[in-house]
Design a binder for this molecule. Structure first.
Ligand code: PLP
Length: 494
């Protein structure tokens, strides 16, 4: 077991509980008469009542926040096996390039003559993503995967309305990420669920029946959220295209096949790529991301503006295009995330990208191989970059996926994704991601195997976990219903 001794940390307001008078800095004795705030500030700017800031010194402030930071689990700490999320390490060279003053200190309203380097970087990343996907066009504007989905579906809607073909439905498999049906509805379509076949991939028979001239598009995740490759994707594309629909690929799992297969050849019309998943860059905690969308010939005219254009060695911006869906975000999107992604891709090179995908798949299969004796695998089709187990064997001892996840905390690991995809009850969706050393993947498997054994021999131990964390098991229902978002001094109600 990997143990980190962590003391519980009081709230900032609870530091210095005896309210001993302390101050952050030693300042020279005041040599002018002291004034009360109310004497020099307008009354409505004077804070009342006392905000109860604790009197604490600078070092206590630093130590408090440092200790808080230690309560977080992070990719810089170890394996972070959240399936679908691809929590991979962000190499520090990404941060070095993103901090270069020529990238970090520019402003989007500067004249294009002053930001030629930045525009060239956008152009080069666009060209690189076209090569990686085998698709002829791309926009880097969307701020995340979900935003990319919306951008793609709006382009599809624009293409359909340009040919006078209003359609109502977007088909979404029952294994899809929740953002897919949400996007379809947000774009004004009705999301209709399409069932998966026994191997977890799309049911072609169901598609044949449902695909008619009311269907605008199908949104497919490749490989899907079970980590299974849609091996009939070319047939799916043919059925959908023959009946006038479009293929939207959710490319959040591109780290399973980048450098090995081209979505362009699978028949994709639009596909978002999560730069913050596939191509490192910091990710999680709601930080900025980027969800570029690559498109087929059919959608090229509808790409958002502004677009970076090139004439010889000069770069410019195209702001107006009547066929475009218009801007999806201020200026060009989250620019410094683009810098990080291009840095990552360039530092790996084509061969490195292939290795990235290979190792992602290898690790998921290592986990599958080591754990499938202890955990149940509902779909046993070959795994790509992630593997989805369920808790049905442990449930016999009343141990469920939440308990397993909590117990993993005691072993020093972040839990996997749970309860998703929805078609797997009690899911444990594990994606090691390729950036950790193999020993780390093995250590995670050891922990999972130890927990499976505990579930049989001492289920109570697992059901009451975590035992070694600063905060034990929380009452999740109460935490959601009885939300306290503000500290209040004793005796004061919020
Ligand atoms: C993460 C993810 C999304 C959404 O991407 P965000 O960048 O989080 O908005 C969509 N689909 C799948 C399969 C994902 O894993």
């Amino acid at each position: 077991m990997r143990h980190r001794a962590i003391r519980p940390e009081p709230l900032f307001f609870e530091l210095n509980p005896r309210r001993v008078r302390r101050q952050g800095y030693m300042l020279p004795t005041l040599d002018v008469p002291p004034v009360e705030p109310a004497e020099v500030l307008p009354a409505d700017l004077v804070r009342d009542p006392d905000p109860h800031f604790p009197d604490i010194g600078e070092m206590e402030v630093v130590q408090h926040f440092h200790r808080l930071s230690q309560l977080n689990y992070a990719v810089d700490e170890g394996l972070y096996p959240l399936g679908s999320c691809t929590m991979k390490y962000n190499p520090r060279i990404n941060e070095q390039t993103a901090r270069l003053p020529g990238f970090a200190s520019i402003h989007p309203l500067q004249p294009v003559t002053q930001i030629q380097g930045a525009l060239r970087l956008i152009w080069e990343l666009e060209e690189t993503l076209k090569t990686i996907t085998g698709m002829p066009g791309v926009t880097l504007q969307p701020a995340a995967g979900a935003h990319g989905e919306l951008t793609g579906i709006l382009m599809i809607r624009k293409a359909l309305s340009a040919r006078g073909d209003a359609r109502e439905v977007v088909l979404v498999p029952d294994s899809a990420h929740g953002t897919n049906p949400a996007t379809a509805s947000f774009a004004g379509y009705r999301a209709v669920e399409i069932a998966s076949a026994d191997d977890g991939t799309i049911d072609l028979g169901a598609l044949e029946k449902m695909m008619d001239d009311t269907v605008a598009a199908i949104m497919l995740t490749v490989p899907n959220t079970l980590g299974v490759f849609e091996h009939r994707i070319v047939e799916v594309s043919k059925i959908v295209h023959d009946r006038g629909g479009f293929i939207y690929l959710d490319g959040a799992n591109l780290n399973a096949f980048a450098g090995r297969a081209l979505p362009g050849l699978m028949g994709a019309d639009a596909m978002h790529i999560n730069l913050h998943k596939t191509f490192s860059t910091p990710h999680g905690g709601g930080g900025p991301g980027a969800g570029p969308v690559t498109v087929s010939e059919a959608l090229l005219p509808h790409l958002p503006v502004p677009r970076v254009v090139r004439a010889g060695d000069d770069y410019g911006l195209l702001w107006e295009d009547p066929e475009s869906i218009g801007p999806m975000r201020g200026f060009y999107g989250n620019f410094l995330i683009l810098v990080r992604a291009l840095t990552y891709i360039r530092s790996l090179g084509a061969e490195g990208l292939r290795t990235m995908s290979d190792v992602a798949v290898l690790y998921a299969n290592l986990v599958r191989h080591r754990l499938s004796g202890a955990y149940h695998l509902k779909y046993d089709a070959p795994s790509m970059h992630e593997v989805v187990f369920d808790d049905s064997r442990q449930a016999r001892h009343e141990v469920h996926n939440t308990d397993i996840a909590k117990r993993l905390l005691d072993y020093g690991f972040h839990p996997p994704t749970m309860s998703f995809p929805l078609i797997v009850h009690g899911a444990l969706m594990i994606e090691p991601a390729e950036s950790v050393p193999p020993e780390e993947v093995e250590a995670f498997c050891d922990a999972m195997l130890a927990i499976a054994k505990e579930a049989e021999e001492n289920p109570e131990l697992v059901k009451t976990a975590p035992h070694d964390t600063p905060v034990g098991r929380v009452d999740e229902v109460r935490a959601a219903r009885d939300l306290k978002v503000r500290w209040a001094p004793e005796g004061e109600n919020v």
